[in-house]
Design a binder for this molecule. Structure first.
Ligand SMILES: [Fe+2]
Length: 374
């Protein structure tokens, strides 16, 4: 049995001011964001509620320790958290909204089926400022577990945002590097969900739209130069939400699973870590199962890129490397002696993702994938 879930209450506003004027924020509301967005967009609004910057609690991708420290600082009796930022900010707000009697955030990731269910303490409004993770429309979050030094994902329907707000104005000032890594993440959400055995005709609609919009935007950027990505900012933002709606039901797979040890151990940003393993995972898929849904994806990519289906994947990978050049793993200080450990941690910790793979991957396959990009 397959399921398509969509709990999104999507709101479109031209400016943050326009949105906030309709929300009557007060003392029982709280904003989680980052300092540059605050200075640029929030400070002039002089809103009557508390504000915290995620970066004040630690650098890089969020960890369970950071979420716990922030949880301890939240005012009592909150009604809403408004999360304005990238996936890290939105995911953190979603985790904060869940409470278990165990107290610690890490406990949410190891609840047995007969454990007391978490409860939602307040609503989250998710407002993306990258283009992006799609976290604004999903029931998912990902965080580095402090005890294991690796990222883990969590799905819970209580984590659907009460409002998902798309405001293109928030992308102004986003550095190119963040545009590139976040849109790459969105593209990977779209293709992994497209190939997933849990995909449905409805999730594929969203995957297809996201792939088409992002590739059209990438071709435009490749032709006109990096600074011109902003001409397509609104479309990239919408495409990221479409990809979120697709993977919320159909799921992500091996690209995300194999990137998690890189993000967790070496703090490589999520979209960048995904791109590092993307082509290598898909080449392995092609080798293991050349006939199947992958051919439908090749047809779609071929139509978007105006090349024959047989050339579509490699043409796409070359385009992605023009949008953001990749570095070999060794340049991040990673040693090839770690690959077996990475593969074991993926096998034991990321079954939630691996079950969505287009073709099964053994630990040996995973080590080969890491070696091919070393
Ligand atoms: Fe992702």
């Amino acid at each position: 049995m397959l399921e398509f879930k969509m709990h999104a209450n999507l709101v479109f506003a031209d400016t943050l001011r326009e949105f906030m004027e309709n929300e009557n924020l007060g003392e029982r509301d709280f904003i989680l964001t980052n300092e540059s967005l605050y200075e640029r967009h929030l400070k002039p609004l002089n809103l009557p509620c508390g504000v915290a910057f995620l970066k004040s609690y630690g650098k890089g991708e969020p960890t369970t320790a950071m979420v716990d420290a922030l949880r301890a600082d939240l005012p009592q009796g909150l009604r809403r958290i408004i999360a304005i930022g990238g996936g890290a900010v939105m995911d953190t707000a979603k985790m904060l909204s869940l409470h278990t009697s165990a107290g610690k955030t890490e406990a949410l990731f190891s609840l047995s089926s007969d454990a007391e269910k978490p409860v939602r303490m307040f609503d989250v409004y998710a407002i993306p400022a990258t283009c992006g993770t799609g976290s604004e429309v999903t029931n998912a979050c990902a965080v580095e577990l402090e005890s294991l030094h690796t990222k883990r994902g969590l799905n819970n329907d209580l984590m659907f945002a009460a409002k998902s707000v798309l405001i293109p104005e928030l992308l102004t000032g986003l550095p190119y590097r963040f545009f590139a890594t976040s849109s790459m993440d969105a593209l990977i959400h779209a293709v992994e969900s497209y190939l997933s055995p849990r995909s449905t005709p409805v999730s594929r609609l969203f995957s297809t739209a996201a792939v088409t919009m992002i590739l059209e935007g990438y071709r435009y950027v490749a032709e006109h130069g990096p600074t011109r990505w902003t001409d397509r900012a609104k479309k990239f933002q919408l495409a990221a939400a479409y990809a979120g709606l697709a993977f919320c039901s159909a799921g992500c797979a091996a690209v995300h699973a194999l990137s998690y040890p890189l993000g967790g151990s070496y703090h490589i940003p999520h979209g960048e870590a995904n791109q590092l393993v993307f082509a290598a995972v898909f080449r392995k898929y092609k080798e293991k199962k050349p006939v199947g849904a992958l051919n439908e994806l090749e047809d779609l990519l071929g139509r978007c890129l105006e090349v024959p289906a047989e050339e579509a994947l490699e043409t796409a990978f070359r385009l992605f490397d023009r949008i953001q050049p990749r570095k070999p793993l060794r340049e991040y200080g990673i040693s090839d002696s770690e690959f077996q450990g990475f593969a074991e941690s993926v096998t034991t910790g990321q079954q939630r993702l691996l079950s969505n793979n287009y073709a099964p991957l053994s630990e040996e396959d995973m080590v080969e994938i890491y070696c091919s990009i070393y």
